[in-house]
Write a protein that binds this ligand. Structure first.
Ligand code: AMP
Length: 249
């Protein structure tokens, strides 16, 4: 089974993001960038499938500027066999990413495509769903467990009401939720080995994909500062404040 894993370079989750002075975007100068946490889970799941003898090859793919090679090398150090970078300096939106991934799917014909459920920078939660629609294949989103059985895949999904299990015919798209697994750290020898693994580079033009964005960002601003709380001495005082100050009861 060939597994394609889509990974995104994002601001590290420990960074407290701030807008640029002109509010046009998030400030990315001198900010630590990392592999999107849900994509780490996607890579880990693919590696576990390979370790279990279910997957035969793992291909990591990322779309973005040249520096996304850093995250592709991380995926290779974690266990991917080879990488594909689609190089673009424009920041494609989910539909553009999904179209590029569809072009890679057409080239590689993977049996399983694993994505994160969302990227923590844009919080879009759209790419996997769009890719499945464009490719005309099934999708199991927000996966907390997957089990491969011959040419089908059982995916346990984390939905509002609890857990839902769906059976998908392969090829299929899966997007990862937090509880699917706990990703490993890359070992130093594997980081060294990753430098020699193959990495192919394409441009959107090579893949005949037009990346016209259809959504424009108006402004980025920080959320309103939270007011400091106060301590009340009694329930009566609490009720009085909720009634007369906060006016919520
Ligand atoms: P999103 O729809 O932006 O929340 O992203 C969901 C998932 O789509 C991510 O976790 C990645 O697996 C994949 N994805 C989004 N953007 C990219 C990108 N530029 N390159 C590769 N994969 C991406």
């Amino acid at each position: 089974m060939k597994v394609l894993v889509a990974i995104k370079r994002v601001v590290d989750y420990n960074v407290k993001v701030r807008p640029k002075a002109d509010g046009s975007d998030v400030e990315l100068n001198n900010v630590k960038m990392s592999l999107n946490p849900f994509c780490e889970i996607a890579v880990e799941e693919a590696v576990r499938l390979k370790e279990a003898g279910t997957a035969s090859e793992i291909i990591a793919v990322s779309i973005g500027p040249k520096v996304v090679q850093e995250q592709l090398r991380t995926a290779l150090a974690l266990g991917a066999d080879r990488a594909i970078m689609v190089e673009t300096d424009s920041e494609p939106q989910p539909l553009g990413v999904a179209k590029l991934l569809k072009a890679i799917v057409d080239k590689e014909s993977p049996d399983l495509i694993i994505l994160g459920k969302q990227s923590i920078d844009g919080d879009n939660n759209q790419t996997g769903q769009m890719l499945a629609a464009l490719a005309g294949i099934g999708q199991g989103t927000f996966a907390s467990n997957i089990e491969v059985a011959d040419s089908t895949l059982n995916v346990t999904r984390e939905v509002d009401g609890g857990l839902q299990t769906v059976t998908l015919t392969l090829p299929a798209v899966v997007t990862t939720d937090l509880r699917l697994n706990e990703p490993r750290y890359a070992s130093l020898p594997n980081i060294m080995k990753a430098k020699k693994k193959p990495l192919d580079i394409f441009t959107p033009d090579d893949l005949a994909v037009n990346l016209t964005n259809t959504v424009s960002m108006i402004k980025v601003e920080p959320p309103a500062e939270r007011q400091a709380g106060i301590k009340v001495a009694s329930v009566d005082e609490l009720v009085e404040k909720l009634k007369n100050e906060a006016k919520v009861i």
